[in-house]
Design a binder for this molecule. Structure first.
Ligand code: ARG
Length: 558
């Protein structure tokens, strides 16, 4: 039930509409004050009364009922107290009947959200820097789908550029088919690294020629290029599988090769293209930005040119309501430029393009030695986390069956959660000990709470019927947290911020644990026991749903 709506409709009065009240109702900082608070300061001017008097009037005219049991005026605020018994009845029924779909909605029906994330570069390492875009983008994909949107996951592959000429050249000189086949992306990357440190001028020239051959459709050059691409994709898809990440399209930069010319023509025709030192640019000085480079002086297109073509293609193909780009904040300027150019081209939907920027991930000092120089491969981070999880689990619960499977869920979950728990724009320092702590604000903590709830339910069963008694504060807190889940999912989508769901999960887990330790569940009497079991089942459902939206699985036992 939407309490804010209920309160605002009931509190509406002469000169004060339900809508105005609705947008002001907030959660009080301390639950002892009430469940909702209405600050009246904003209304003083229009009503020509002091906030204190307004609050008193609203409270005095608000008749308590079975939904809101108390409305109290305190220093210009009205504090509302929800009838917890009624709330519990309603919420438990809803959670237990909805199950896996609790928290979902149909608000996005008929709308498409394109999400460009992970976007790996062919033949280059898939490294720790790709963790955030992958985890955030995938969580947004799941969150929007849960809200009824059609989500389109796009991996805008970095598969265009002179580096592929270099790669082919390196392979021709030093490569061996079998070795590359066996070594996969690592072997490919080694060739590229070697080229960059050892290539002679002749080889550089050759590389440019190979790039030209790819561009002009040469069979052999393209076959090699496709092979490198295939090896990279096979490798990253293995990692995506581990991380529960999926895509609907792998249309990368190359895909736009033949889609750039119309964009360039349109820019020229609209008088937006200018020559500058032989290059073609769009001047963005009036908007306080450096020019957007469209064609280099040798006629080659740029990253921005392909993004312009891609945005137009996506609009034509998917008719999106929003198109999100989950890309590091280092590319802030790039996206501001691209969005602005589209706006100047008269694409009114440019306002629906959103750069979902995030901060950097680094590893705690000395946390691991890297396989290749400075780059830390994401795969190594995942494997190491799973290994550590295995060690911890074996120590904590040596009897546990399928430890490997559990360690996989715990380790992978820790990597994802580590990238999602903080507000996305913050730089984060990844620490194995921190993300794997059973006591911290971690996925492990939430998963362990689920295992605890599961074990209670295994012993006590899920009651088919229960009645709601007078609630203790610990029980009421769990009920309130359960009721807050749908809103948390909505907020996460609205702010493009999966951390809202991650924090929700930790908060609910903490409240459930307080309830678990303070209140006996299995040894409670009759009705109370049934209610507590139902509450436990509902908490487990919401926790699983929350972690599921982040791509994190929940083991039954830990
Ligand atoms: N491959 C790019 C990189 O690694 C990210 C691409 C992001 N998506 C886009 N449409 N530009 O920096």
């Amino acid at each position: 039930m939407d309490y804010k709506k209920y309160i605002s409709e009931k509190a509406a009065a002469e000169g004060l509409s339900a809508e105005e009240i609705y947008s002001s109702v907030a959660l009080p900082p301390d639950p002892a004050m009430g469940d909702y608070a209405l600050p009246c300061f904003r209304f003083a001017k229009a009503l020509r009364k002091s906030p204190v008097a307004i609050a008193q009037d609203i409270a005095a005219n608000f008749s308590a009922d079975g939904v809101i049991e108390k409305a109290e005026a305190v220093n210009g605020y009205v504090n509302f107290t929800v009838n917890k018994g009624a709330l519990a009845r309603e919420v438990l029924k809803e959670v237990l009947s909805a199950g896996e779909s609790y928290g979902s909605s149909r608000e996005g029906e008929g709308k498409t959200v394109c999400i460009d994330y992970s976007s790996v570069n062919i033949a280059k390492p898939f490294h720790i820097g790709h963790l955030s875009t992958t985890a955030i983008g995938s969580a947004l994909y799941k969150i929007f789908s849960f809200l009824g949107y059609r989500a389109v996951g796009i991996n805008h592959l970095g598969d265009y550029g002179t580096q592929f000429g270099k790669l082919i050249c390196a392979y021709k000189h030093w490569g061996d088919r079998e070795e590359v086949e066996k070594g996969g992306i690592h072997a490919v990357n080694d060739l590229y690294v070697r080229f960059n440190s050892e290539a002679t001028e002749d080889m550089e020239r050759e590389a440019r020629e190979y790039f030209r051959l790819i561009e002009s459709g040469d069979k052999e050059a393209n076959a090699l290029f496709d092979w490198f691409k295939e090896l990279t994709l096979k490798y990253v898809k293995g990692i995506y599988k581990k991380l529960n990440v999926t895509f609907d399209s792998y249309a990368g930069e190359r895909f736009y090769t033949d889609k750039m010319q119309p964009v360039i023509d349109e820019l020229r025709q609209k008088g937006l293209l200018k020559e500058s030192e032989g290059a073609q640019i769009v001047d963005l000085e009036p908007y306080g930005m450096p020019p957007c480079l469209i064609l280099r002086s040798d006629g080659a297109s740029l990253y921005a040119t392909r993004d312009l073509a891609a945005a137009i293609y996506r609009k034509n193909t998917y008719d999106f309501y929003k198109c999100l780009y989950v890309v590091a904040y280092q590319q802030n300027l790039h996206f501001r430029q691209v969005f602005k150019v589209l706006e100047l081209m008269g694409r009114e939907w440019a306002k629906d393009l959103v750069h979902v920027a995030y901060g950097m991930v680094s590893l705690e000092d000395g946390a691991m030695s890297t396989r290749k120089g400075k780059v830390v491969w994401l795969e190594d981070v995942i494997n190491r986390c799973v290994e550590k999880a295995y060690g911890i689990i074996s120590e904590k619960n040596p009897e546990l069956e399928n430890k490997r499977e559990v360690a996989e869920k715990v380790g992978v979950g820790a990597v994802i959660f580590g990238a999602l728990y903080n507000s996305k724009i913050k730089d984060i320092v990844f620490s194995y000990d921190k993300v794997l702590s059973f006591e911290g604000e971690t996925s492990v903590y939430v998963q362990y709470t689920c295992a605890r709830a599961n074990s209670v339910l295994e012993k006590g069963g899920i009651p088919s019927a229960y009645s709601v008694p007078e609630l203790l504060p610990q029980e009421a807190e769990v009920v309130k947290a359960l009721a807050a889940f749908p809103q948390a999912v909505k907020d996460a989508a609205e702010k493009y911020e999966p951390s809202v769901v991650a924090r929700y999960a930790v908060d609910l887990a903490q409240k459930f644990n307080k309830f678990y330790f303070d209140c006996k569940i299995l040894s409670a009497e009759g009705d109370r026991k049934d209610f507590r079991l139902a509450l436990t089942a509902a908490a487990l459902t919401a926790l699983k749903n929350a972690l599921g939206l982040l791509g994190i699985g929940v083991p039954d036992k830990m």
